[in-house]
Write a protein that binds this ligand. Structure first.
Ligand SMILES: Cc1ncc(COP(=O)(O)O)c(C=O)c1O
Ligand SMILES: [Zn+2]
Length: 382
């Protein structure tokens, strides 16, 4: 029997307007709010965990993603990354090793999904702003799917990210200023030339891709849910996406609870940590962002309210780490675990001593840190 598709349309996170599938959409056309895809848990509850076919990519969980049966998947083997025990650290800590992705970061998951969904809708030109990693990911998947791809990056971006994006065929445009300035350039080009803007949360097709990390973590733990997931928050795509998937898993009864999130940001750019710890439900722009963790240098995440809502619902914790701590734990992760991490990614490991020593979490708790990206593209920062 053919099962109905769980992907049923899109919904605005602000005014709750509903859009049907098959339209080329970015933000809500009524109120400019961010759109979420509607994935219906009732339909997913008709499948069982045993129905998942072993697949060497995140597409093992295709039923949870906003694509149709007829859509041609654009894949480079993203996801299906190892969950490694970090035995050199105190506590009970696993790393979800996203450095193993095709371009070395978890951004490949979002780009694989977005390029798949957008190609199916007939989009041919995309533009995005990025600090560098998303640019590499979108360059790769656009290259595979024959889309034209333009990337606006802060001039300060890591040179290897610029070079890799170019080698993969993207038109890379350095911008003076921060990612916010790059975002304005991407938006202007999208308005002027009609290119599809695939920037973080301007497109609704990235966060579910990163959400597959939640599905893999539970699957890899034998459908046990960790107590905490430690996440380095930039635009918040992975946090929002994983929370959605943990929630769906609980609703369909594949797991019996959800984890708490631990959001980590660098001291020099911590708009989410500041808003969460002062019990705000929206985020103020961070003035003069300054950190070596370029992926976390996002002064005002578009999805600020959404990220804070997920953190609150998960009974989460938010904390900062210094650039010195990030540097120290980049060295430790390499020496004692053989994990070559970029600064944005090492921030999660740098947060662990604070969590234990300041008694924010118990040493016996099961913790998964998301090792979001490889240091191979940030060697000049080692
Ligand atoms: C290595 C790395 N880690 C974390 C992040 C933050 O990701 P998100 O936008 O999902 O919060 C980024 C974003 O650029 C990144 O490149
Ligand atoms: Zn709306």
């Amino acid at each position: 029997m053919r099962r109905e598709n769980a992907f049923q349309g899109l919904q605005c996170t602000e005014c709750h307007a509903i859009y049907r599938k098959g339209l080329i959409l970015q933000k809500c056309s009524k109120c400019s709010g961010l759109l979420d895809t509607i994935i219906n848990p009732e339909i997913l509850s008709e499948i069982s965990r045993d129905d998942l076919k072993p697949t060497p990519s995140m597409w093992k969980y295709r039923a949870f993603l906003p694509v149709d049966e007829k859509d041609k998947i654009v894949s480079a083997g993203e996801g299906a990354t190892p969950l490694r025990k970090l035995s050199s650290l105190e506590g009970n800590v696993w790393a979800k090793d996203e450095t193993k992705n095709p371009t070395g970061t978890f951004k490949d998951r979002g780009a694989s999904l977005a390029v798949t969904a957008l190609s199916a809708l007939g989009v041919e030109d995309i533009v995005l702003s990025s600090e560098g990693n998303a640019g590499c990911s979108f360059a790769l998947y656009s290259h595979i799917a024959d889309l034209s791809c333009q990337v606006f990056l802060p001039r300060q971006a890591n040179p290897a990210k610029v070079e890799l994006s170019q080698k993969l065929g993207a038109n890379v445009r350095p911008v003076d200023g921060t990612i916010a300035d790059a975002g304005r350039r991407a938006e202007a080009l999208s308005r002027g030339e009609g290119s599809y803007n695939a920037s973080t949360f301007v497109t609704p097709y990235r966060h579910d891709g990163k959400g597959t990390m939640a599905l893999e973590i539970c699957d890899q733990l034998g459908w046990r849910v960790p107590d905490y997931v430690v996440y380095p928050v930039g635009g918040g795509v992975g946090l929002v996406g994983m929370w959605k998937m943990f929630s769906i898993l609980e609703k369909i009864g594949w797991v019996d609870r959800r984890p708490s999130f631990i959001a980590v940001q660098p001291e020099g750019c911590a708009p989410i940590v500041k808003a969460y710890n002062s019990k705000r439900d929206d985020v103020d722009e961070w003035k003069n962002p300054e950190t070596i963790a370029f992926g976390l240098r996002i002064p005002k995440p578009l999805a600020g309210k959404w990220i804070l809502r997920c953190l609150r619902e998960s009974n989460g914790i938010a904390l900062t780490v210094t650039d010195e701590e990030i540097r120290k734990y980049m060295g430790q992760a390499l020496k004692y675990e053989g994990l070559l991490l970029e600064p944005s990614s090492a921030a999660t490991i740098a947060a662990l001593p604070h969590l234990y020593w300041e008694k924010m979490i118990d040493r016996s708790a099961e913790v998964v840190v998301i090792a979001t990206g490889s240091g191979i593209k940030t060697l000049e920062q080692f």
